[in-house]
Ligand binder design. Structure first.
Ligand code: MLT
Ligand code: MN
Length: 310
């Protein structure tokens, strides 16, 4: 199985178009120790020929152009693509809007929770992906599902599971006491397995909390791509960027007693990698103390173009 990180940033990307915060300004200025990053997406393939995208970011066109494996086959018909399926983990802008760039009458399948597919169904612009060509398939949560698209079996099995999280910002209804209308399935994690080898990894780009069921599920995992949105819960406030904590946005922090480093430490995950990294996160600076802390704890910081083979 081949896994490629197409975009390691959170919503907004790095640098974010309108952000003059310290990290966005530094990466824009070419300060050493910073890498620019596109928005949140991975690609996975069992054979190197047919691919599934895990989330469809607004940067998808650039991500495809920069990834030769995702180009049309030169020997193929006039219109062709190795992308046979897209799996979405929530309805956030950074994870679904790339679907709109996959129009042009190309067959593939979209997989997601019924909650997230309901958002696509309720927004008529997604009908640019004509239902006779682009199937929308709702996961049954906790059930291993073989991924297929455009008549091909991708040789990948995906088990989707609900994780603590939050409804997309633009769907919020109500107040904090109702958690803004969030329900099970608004945010899912994925266990992706190679049908032939049985090797597997987890992809959880959005997660508010590692509760006991989630901890048990990922214990001892060979490979985990995990929510690295913020280093500290209040960093967007202290940097003067946005009046929101990570908790308010449905994201666990990296540091602190309830943060992912500490909570995942006892779970003996062999290769944990942060993705979905917000432009406020100091781990974006390779020379920062925060970066040393995560690396000393055995974590890697995902980057665009990163490839892992299992
Ligand atoms: C998130 O991950 O919380 C969202 O991508 C934020 C946003 O939509 O800007
Ligand atoms: Mn996001």
């Amino acid at each position: 199985m081949i896994i490629k990180v197409l975009g390691s940033a959170a919503g907004g990307g790095f640098p974010q178009w309108n952000c003059n915060g310290v990290h966005s300004a530094n990466v824009r200025a070419g300060v050493p120790g910073y890498k620019a990053r596109l928005q949140s997406s991975l690609a996975v393939s069992s054979d190197g020929k047919s691919w599934a995208l895990l989330n469809a970011s607004p940067d998808i066109r650039q991500q495809i152009n920069e990834t030769p494996e995702l180009h049309p086959a030169k020997s193929g018909p006039l219109r062709n693509s190795p992308i046979k399926a897209v799996v979405v983990t929530n309805a956030d802008v950074d994870h679904i809007t790339g679907l709109l760039s996959l129009r042009e009458a190309q067959p593939f399948s979209i997989y997601g929770s019924d909650r997230v597919l309901a958002t696509l169904n309720a927004n008529s612009i997604f009908n640019v992906l004509a239902p006779d060509k682009v199937k929308r398939i709702a996961f049954e949560l906790d059930k291993p599902t073989p991924i297929e698209g455009a008549g091909a079996d991708l040789g990948l099995i995906v088990e989707a599971f609900a994780v603590p999280g939050k409804i997309a910002l633009f769907l919020e209804a109500g107040d904090a006491s109702s958690n803004f209308g969030s329900r099970e399935g608004d945010t899912i994690g994925l266990k992706v397995s190679d049908a032939k080898t049985g090797k597997s990894f987890f992809y959880i780009p959005g997660c508010a909390e590692v509760d006991a069921p989630l901890a048990e599920r990922i214990r001892g995992a060979e490979l985990l791509f995990f929510d690295g949105t913020l280093f500290t819960d209040d960093e967007m406030l202290t940097q003067g960027l946005l009046n929101k904590t990570g908790k308010r946005m449905g994201h666990i922090s990296v540091s602190g007693p309830d943060g992912s480093i500490e909570v995942l430490r006892p779970l003996a995950i062999k290769r944990p990698i942060y993705v979905h990294i917000n432009n406020s996160n100091p781990i974006l600076d390779e020379n920062s103390e925060a970066r040393k802390v995560v690396e000393a704890a055995g974590w890697e910081v995902g980057f665009d173009g990163m490839e892992v083979r299992l």
